[in-house]
Structure formats: structure tokens, C-alpha cells
Ligand binder design. Structure first.
Ligand code: GLU
Length: 276
């Protein structure tokens, strides 16, 4: 059975781009007789706003969507810690104390998600006298795994190589997991078979596919959809070019009608550079 999910982070309101993403995931599941899940990705510490999950639920209901909600990430921290310990014991993670400023001072190469970590801390052993981040030793992981692929419904078969990002953070200084580790573990725990999200997150799948293999998790398929763009040809963002769904609701707009307009393709969708 197909299981899709919408996984918003509660650090701001949802806008049209999120509505599009939720509708794509919802409709793909419903068309195929499957399940559509909502997962709140709230491990962002200070950035998680407590009133947002309820706002999101109201937004989705207003759009006419039906979903099953699975536990929020903040309730799963122990499962992330356990997996991080395992990866650390296997020599696949190393501690890093570098700040963003220190990394930028080294004039690093840029990758799909900003600066590529130059590996300053690689080979260090764990000393717990100050908070550290744990990074994936991507060379070591790839040496262990060999060639890996993933299937994307919109983009075909892909060769996974996390090295385009360098050694990414899997455990943050301030949280027991980064987005990569938490989302990969949760998609497996929630039985997601089709990971549906915007094309702007396409490259992240290199990392997630490698984690699945390292952790012997089931391998879903992916459906990265084009993302909506505003009049300024930029990805929609609440602050810049798109009012929030909550504002639209408050003004009395009909959510189901908006959902139909999205389905009819009334809002321009494009591919961002981040997906190239
Ligand atoms: N929580 C992520 C976000 O709000 C979504 C991640 C995903 O769909 O994998 O951007």
C-alpha cells in the first residue's frame, strides 16, 4: 500500500507552496488507495512555535484534506540517540566543534546546501567537555556501501552520492538529530513508501538513501514535485511573496476552492536551481 506524508516544521505559518506539497502527497495516496500522513518536524529547538501544529491542522482541514497524524519528532528523540550511538560505535560519525564562522573563514567550496565542510575535525575522538555536533564520515560510509541508487517517480533512477555535501551533521550541537537523521528514521518508522516533497529538497535524498543503507531501513520511492514560484520567479516564501494559509483563512477565502485551483495548475510551478 502506498503511504505518503506531509512533514512541516512548525517554525512559521504554511503558505501556498506548502498547500501544494500537502495536496500532491494527499492526492497521490488517495488515487492509489493508500494512506496520507501528517508528521510535525519539531526538533528545531527555539525555532519551533507551539501554536503552529494546531494552525497546520486547521489549514489542512480547510483545504479539504484528510490525514492520519503520526507522532511528532519531539517525542522520538530517544530513537535518534540510539541510532547515533550505533553509528558512532561503527566509526561512521566524528565529533565536530567548528562554528559556522570558523568554517566560512576557511573559504570552503559551496555544495547543494551551502558550504561544504572542509573536514577540519575528521579523525577526532569524542571528548564530552563541550557540546559537539556529529558528522557523517561520507567517504567511509561510501567505502562500506559501494554503489547505491534511488528511484524518483519524476526524475528517474538516481545514483546516490552524499559526498557532494561533504560530511553532513547528523547530530546537532543542540539537538539529538539533524533533519537528515530524524526524517530518514521517521519515514521508515512511519512506513512511508513514497517520500513526497518539493524539488528543492531533491539533493538531500543522496544523504537519506545512504542512511537507509547504513541502518538497514526499508527503501521507499521518492516523488519530488516542482515547487510553486511567485511573480518574482522566486520560490514562494511567506515573508516575500505569498500570504500564509492562516491569513487566507482569516480573510474568509474558501480553502477547498483554493485546493481545486492548485490542482488545476493555476499557480505556476517551476524547477529551482537547487534541484539541478
Ligand atoms: N520538515 C521539512 C520542511 O518543512 C520537510 C522535510 C521533508 O519533507 O523531507 O521543509
Amino acid at each position: 500500500m502506498v503511504v505518503t506524508r506531509f512533514a512541516p516544521s512548525p517554525n512559521g505559518s504554511l503558505h501556498l507552496g506548502h498547500a501544494y506539497s500537502a495536496i500532491v502527497a494527499h492526492d497521490l495516496a488517495k488515487e492509489r488507495g493508500g494512506r496520507f500522513l501528517l508528521r510535525i518536524e519539531d526538533i528545531d529547538g527555539d525555532r519551533s512555535l507551539p501554536d503552529k501544529p494546531d494552525e497546520f491542522r486547521e489549514d489542512l482541514a480547510w483545504l479539504g484534506l484528510e490525514w492520519e497524524e503520526v507522532p511528532a519528532q519531539s517525542t522520538r528523540l530517544e530513537s535518534y540517540e540510539e541510532v547515533a550511538r550505533d553509528l558512532l560505535h561503527r566509526g561512521l560519525l566524528y565529533p565536530c566543534t567548528c562554528t559556522r564562522k570558523e568554517i566560512n573563514a576557511l573559504k570552503p567550496r559551496m555544495g547543494p546546501d551551502g558550504a561544504i565542510y572542509p573536514g577540519t575535525c575528521k579523525g577526532r575522538s569524542l571528548v564530552m567537555d563541550k557540546p559537539v555536533a556529529l558528522r557523517l564520515d561520507s567517504d567511509r560510509a561510501m567505502a562500506e556501501l559501494g554503489e547505491l541508487f534511488w528511484e524518483d517517480e519524476n526524475n528517474g533512477t538516481q545514483i546516490a552520492d552524499p559526498r557532494i555535501f561533504g560530511d553532513v551533521v547528523l547530530v546537532r550541537k543542540d539537538a539529538p538529530a539533524s533533519y537528515h537523521l530524524a526524517a530518514t528514521l521517521d519515514d521508515a518508522a512511519d512506513g512511508v513508501t513514497l517520500v513526497t516533497r518539493g524539488q528543492d529538497l531533491f539533493a538531500m535524498t543522496h544523504i537519506h538513501r545512504v542512511l537507509q543503507e547504513l541502518l538497514h531501513l526499508p527503501v521507499p520511492h521518492w516523488h519530488h514535485h516542482p515547487i510553486l514560484i511567485g511573480d518574482d520567479d522566486q520560490k514562494l516564501a511567506k515573508r516575500r511573496n505569498s500570504p500564509s494559509l492562516a491569513d487566507r483563512r482569516a480573510k474568509g477565502e474558501d480553502g477547498r476552492e483554493l485546493a481545486e485551483r492548485i490542482r488545476r495548475g493555476e499557480f505556476p510551478a517551476g524547477i529551482t536551481l537547487a534541484s539541478a
